[in-house]
Structures are given as structure tokens and as C-alpha cells.
Design a protein. Structure first.
Length: 318
């Protein structure tokens, strides 16, 4: 896993093989059953009991250490300042390319963390709901750049995270439909003071331009306490995307309400060619220009092989 430049002497990450990482599970109990694991898996992803045991249980154990340390520091600061403040949720960002398996990772972490004792409240929100509606994207000429940083309603997204981090009650996030490929009008999900929030999306680790006047310019990752990047070789991600497109052609795209219903009748060759064109035009460009450059900002990187199995884990040094 090439995380540092050739001339860089210091590697900010500790790199673990799968076998080394699996041993860090120690005695962390398995709290998920096989049927639950299958339900958490995205249709094109691979997730089984062994993957949870060897990758996600050690990660759950690590996160329990981080969350406990953050809580102790928070209460110590409250005592020092002599204030009574509202509960501050612990926010975990999950980023990576389209088709990398972010949704699977986020759901597995939510399921595992929610079963810690004494049963913390763990919510999961994706950045999809903060995309501009298609009408806005079309008006601004951004439909071919959907998923790029400029396609998101950043002020609304930052306001949501700020409200969550400040402990506000019943914070609302817009709802996105993957069927219609658009924001659902007048529909919201409500997040009410979770102990842990998992925030998943392709560009969650983006940075912003430095201000000339020294005023604070917040970015999404400013609100994260921990961040995970799901990584794979570009050629592997491309193949996964094409395979997922072919699967969707035979499933979700067959629904007449689907935004992509026009692709349902494509032959295998036509569908593969269409998927490759979309990948090259949109997803690869977004990956190279916006997503991959943020990988070194993650606290933990899960590197997958072509079979969707995590091969190495990189943990940023303290």
C-alpha cells in the first residue's frame, strides 16, 4: 500500500497484514449471526462471518478504545471549564470510491457498535441526501458531475453536522432515492442525539481552500473523530462498478420508475460498454481528482483485493 511519496522517510501509518490485524480481535465477542451479516452486505460486495471476525471485530475493538478515550477527555474538559454541556456524539466518517463497499462497511460498523454494552445509540447517514436535486444540477450543468464536491449542498451538509456535533435534538437530513436518482421532495430522516454517528460518502474527507483572512472555513471532515477509507486498485474498482451495473440492469433498472430504466434492455455487451463509459467520464475522474487524494487523511485504510476481501489495514500513528 503506497501511502507515502518515494522521497518521504516517515510513514504516518502502521501497516498490518490481514493475519496480524485479525489477531487484534483478542476476546471481542461476535454479536452478529450469519443471517444478519448477509442482510448487511451490498448486492455486489462480499461479506461473510470470517470477514467480520478478522477485519471488523478488531476495528470495533479499536473504535471502543477511541470512543472511550474521547468521552473521558470530554468529561475532563467539562470539569476543567466548570460547565454543563450537552452530550457530544462521536462521529465516524467512511469514505472511498464508488463501488468500493462503503455502504457495507458502514452498516457492519453500525450493527457491531450498537451492540456494545450498554447499547449506545448508533445512527447512519449518507451524503447522498445532501446532493443538489437533479433540477438544480441540470440548471448548473452538473448532472455529469454528480458526486463531485460541487454537486453537494455544502452549507446544508455542514449545518447538519454542526447541529449533530453540538448535541441538538431531532436534526433533519434530506432523503435520497436511488430508484429515482434524486432527492425526495418534502421527506426527511431525523437524527436525535446519537452516541455515535456514522457518516458515509465518497467525498467525506475533502478539504477546503485556505482562507486569506484567517477566518474559519469548515469542511466535512472537521466534524469527524475517526475516519475510514475503503481502498482498492483503480482497475479493480472499475471491474466492480461494471459488474454492479450489470446486476442492477437485471434488478433495480427493470422498475419503470427507475431513472436508469432505459438501460434495462441492453445486452451484456451494450451494458458493459455503457458502464465503462460512465465510469471513465464520471467516476474515474472523480476518483482521481477528488477522492483518492484524500486517502492519506483517513485514520484507517482498509485495502481490498479483487475478491472484495480486505488484505491489509493501515492505521495512522498517534
Amino acid at each position: 500500500m503506497d501511502i507515502r511519496a518515494v522521497e518521504q522517510q516517515y510513514n504516518p501509518y502502521r501497516i498490518f497484514s490481514r493475519e496480524q490485524w485479525a489477531r487484534l480481535r483478542d476476546d471481542t465477542p461476535m454479536t452478529l449471526e450469519a443471517g444478519e451479516i448477509a442482510a448487511l452486505r451490498s448486492m455486489h460486495d462480499r461479506l461473510d462471518l470470517k470477514e467480520v471476525e478478522e477485519i471488523y471485530l478488531p476495528l470495533s475493538r479499536l473504535l471502543s478504545i477511541y470512543v472511550d478515550a474521547a468521552q473521558r477527555l470530554y468529561f475532563a474538559q467539562r470539569r476543567f471549564l466548570g460547565i454543563e454541556d450537552r452530550k457530544m456524539p462521536y462521529i465516524i466518517g467512511v469514505g472511498g470510491s464508488v463501488a468500493a463497499g462503503k455502504s457495507t462497511t458502514a452498516r457492519v460498523l453500525q450493527a457491531l457498535l450498537a451492540r456494545w454494552s450498554p447499547r449506545p445509540k448508533v445512527d447512519l447517514v449518507t451524503t447522498d441526501g445532501f446532493l443538489f436535486p437533479n433540477a438544480v444540477l441540470e440548471r448548473q450543468g452538473l448532472m455529469q458531475k454528480k458526486g463531485f464536491p460541487e454537486s453537494y449542498d455544502l452549507p446544508t451538509l455542514l449545518a447538519f453536522l454542526s447541529d449533530i456535533k453540538s448535541g441538538r435534538q431531532r436534526v433533519r437530513a434530506p432523503v435520497y432515492s436511488h430508484l429515482t436518482y434524486d432527492i425526495v421532495p418534502n421527506e426527511w430522516i431525523e437524527v436525535d442525539r446519537p452516541d455515535i454517528l456514522i457518516f458515509e460518502g465518497i467525498n467525506v474527507l475533502q478539504t477546503g481552500r485556505l482562507p486569506r483572512d484567517g477566518k474559519a472555513v469548515p469542511v466535512v471532515s472537521d466534524f469527524f473523530d475517526f475516519s475510514v477509507y475503503i481502498d482498492a486498485e483503480v482497475s479493480v474498482l472499475r471491474d466492480w462498478y461494471v459488474r454492479r451495473f450489470l446486476t442492477l440492469r437485471d434488478t433495480a433498472f427493470t422498475d419503470p420508475r427507475s431513472y436508469f430504466h432505459r438501460y434495462a434492455l441492453l445486452s451484456d455487451e451494450e451494458a458493459a460498454a455503457t458502464a465503462l463509459a460512465i465510469w471513465e467520464r464520471t467516476n474515474l475522474a472523480n476518483l482521481e481528482d477528488n477522492i483518492l487524494p484524500t486517502r492519506p487523511r483517513a485514520k484507517l485504510i482498509l485495502k481490498k483485493g479483487a475478491d472484495h476481501v480486505v488484505e491489509t489495514v493501515a492505521l495512522r500513528r498517534l
